[in-house]
Design a protein around this ligand. Structure first.
Ligand SMILES: Cc1cc2nc3c(=O)[nH]c(=O)nc-3n(C[C@H](O)[C@H](O)[C@H](O)COP(=O)(O)O)c2cc1C
Length: 195
């Protein structure tokens, strides 16, 4: 297939589909949530997770004040809620009341946990790196909330119970009626390629 070579940086950030999750935070009696597609785990031990946020976002302000946040993984059934959270500004609006978002109690931080999240991770900020209007926030996971039956024993998501919200960019979300997985053992395939 022919490739176009672009003089500019083009679509370098289009690494989709990506899970769209919800980052929550609280400070000074205010709490808020924002949708985030740019995120990743960074280390297993210590358990570090990072995400990128615009520094003008209200959630970022609450994270800077409290030094805490929570990552909430939402099921595909709640994609509309994820879109609403990512389409609204929390500075002058209570997203929890406006969209009827229920909360669970956090145990180690002040960050609210979304009751409908199939998994949520409470984090303490350990570091951040700011680049002109964007910050990569790195947090250490200090508590985990998991809905029963949503993960298999090997830690993979049980797709019979729950499917993550997969964002395609440009306001599009993957619509998967019946998801399946393929087992491709890395050592088996690495050997085959070496032959
Ligand atoms: C699917 C989706 C993914 C998003 N991903 C990010 C992201 O990775 N980083 C970011 O800063 N904003 C992202 N946004 C935008 C924020 O969620 C949005 O600006 C939100 O209004 C910020 O809320 P706040 O000002 O109340 O904190 C995303 C929005 C959507 C709908």
């Amino acid at each position: 297939m022919a490739k176009k070579v672009l003089e500019n940086v083009g679509l370098f950030y289009q690494h989709y589909p990506r899970i769209a999750l919800v980052v929550t935070a609280a400070s000074g009696g205010k709490e808020n949530a924002m949708t985030v597609a740019w995120h990743m785990p960074m280390s297993k031990d210590p358990p570090l997770i990072s995400f990128v946020t615009g520094t003008s976002h209200f959630t970022y302000k609450l994270i800077k004040e409290s030094g805490e946040f929570a990552i909430n993984l939402m099921p595909d059934t709640h994609a509309e809620m994820v879109a609403a959270i990512g389409g609204s500004k929390g500075e002058n609006c209570d997203k929890f009341a406006t969209y009827g978002i229920e909360k669970d109690q956090s145990v180690k931080t002040s960050a609210p946990i979304l009751a409908d999240a199939y998994a949520a991770f409470e984090c303490k900020v350990v570091e951040e790196k700011v680049y002109d209007g964007h910050s990569m926030v790195i947090g250490e996971v200090v508590a985990t909330h998991v809905q029963e039956g949503c993960f298999w024993d090997d830690g993979t998501v049980n797709l019979e119970k729950v499917f993550p919200v997969l964002y395609m960019g440009s306001e599009q979300y993957l619509n998967i009626e019946k998801a399946g997985v393929r087992m491709l053992k890395r050592d088996v395939y690495a050997k085959e390629l070496k032959l």
